[in-house]
Design a protein around this ligand. Sequence first.
Ligand code: NAP
Length: 392
Amino acid sequence: MAEFDILIYGATGFTGSQLAKELRDQAPKGTRLALGGRNAEKLAKVAEPLGLPVVVADAMDKAAVDAMVKRASVVVTTAGPYAMYGDHVVDSCVAHGVHYLDITGETPWVRQVIDRHHESAKAQGTVVLPCCGFDSVPSDLGVLFMVKMVRERLDQGTKSVEAAFSIKGSFNGGTLASGLNIGEKFKAKDLANPFLLNPDPKTSREAWSANADPKGPVTHAQLGSLAPFFMGPVNTRVVRRSAALLADSPQSYGPEFSYQEYMRMGGTVSAWGATLAMGAMAAGMAKPAGRSLMARFGPKPGEGPSEADMDGGFVKVRYAATAMDGQVLQGQLKAPGDPGNRVTVRILAQAALCVLEGEDLPGGVLTPAVALGQRLQDRLVATGKWEMKLLD
Ligand SMILES: NC(=O)c1ccc[n+]([C@@H]2O[C@H](COP(=O)([O-])OP(=O)(O)OC[C@H]3O[C@@H](n4cnc5c(N)ncnc54)[C@H](OP(=O)(O)O)[C@@H]3O)[C@@H](O)[C@H]2O)c1
């Protein structure tokens, strides 16, 4: 038996320190938590008030990471950018059969993890669960819920789901650093591949263009005036991987299933304004000069919004699911708190506890819907801060 049930790696970071507190508060009595990081002094500052033990390991030191990982049953890491600091941690977890969770949105890096580890993790029953924060749980569990509703209420498969996000919150320095690193290290073509995370990412030209990320405003019959959503290029890849992994199971979404997501417009923000802002941001990220401007003026690693801003934020998602026969069901998710911190930390803590308790979980490099599905949904609902429901 491992010495620790859950080890939180990156516990000195902006989200990591919040996760440490959340898990200390939410884990059942007797859960053996520990905090990991590279800086003993900083770790002690987080750990001492929480009364938790620490393990010091630099992410670039493979031997130290191995020694740390072996001491835990589940490792949850918030040490990002993951394409910089994530390889040894995930490699070591798979090598030692330790379950792994993170909150990356770095899809090309996730692709590498799938290629390296999916088959062995599946064979040995190790859960490797990236994208377990705001990206991409509201999308992935929202679709799972809508497909289940279509199956239960209309007794058929789902043809498509569209999701429209309304959010309040700003992003952390660690998130900006991860976005900049992705823009620098990976090819734009990979980022644009709608099926980048599917078991087989190769796709026909027709399927690519039918599922390409939205480029401009859209008026949707049920969801109203919509614009491209900046997290869509991450979340849609995760949902499509879920659909592909579940295709031959009783939970299959439907033979022609497709998913797209948007930002919901209203009030003073026009769909065109949001489209232009999103285009400028993407163009800036793609160019070295744009990246250096953002790095200079944006929040730095370790920084993030104020407590008041995190408490005052929210996530609201409307879903429209079209059944095979054309009937449409609508649903809604409401979660209080800013997306990148309060909501992300709540999701990640419940997911880690779910993995710790789930003895019969499937192994592999999975998605939240495939690895945890309804169990995570139930846990989040039980927090009282996750309302997922069908609309009349
Ligand atoms: N999915 C989501 O919705 C979501 C939300 C928020 C964040 N994120 C992602 O989560 C990650 C962390 O974000 P954040 O805002 O918490 O960033 P942050 O405050 O900059 O924290 C980064 C953490 O990584 C650690 N670290 C850096 N280099 C390391 C190394 N060589 N060895 C070990 N640890 C190292 C830092 O340690 P030190 O303290 O010693 O520097 C710190 O603990 C980012 O990739 C971000 O994109 C995702």
